[in-house]
Unconditional design. Structure first.
Length: 65
């Protein structure tokens, strides 16, 4: 899968998402960008917590994904 294909997949996901799901995804992206500012050794637990919270916000069970 090329980067262009991935971009199309993300665009399709945003296009089919509810406004609440899009808002949750945008909050997650902003939080992860904040963590990335702290460098590659950013707190892994914090990243995982954000990702789990994002999955829950989308109605998914993190343990099943």
């Amino acid at each position: 899968m090329s980067p262009d294909d991935i971009g199309l997949d993300l665009e399709a996901a945003y296009n089919s998402a509810t406004p609440e799901e899009v808002a949750a995804l945008l909050r997650v992206r902003a939080t992860l960008a904040e963590l990335d500012e702290h460098g590659p050794n950013a707190d892994l637990e914090a990243r995982l917590r954000v990702e789990r919270d994002a999955l829950r916000a989308l109605g998914l069970n993190p343990e099943e994904v």
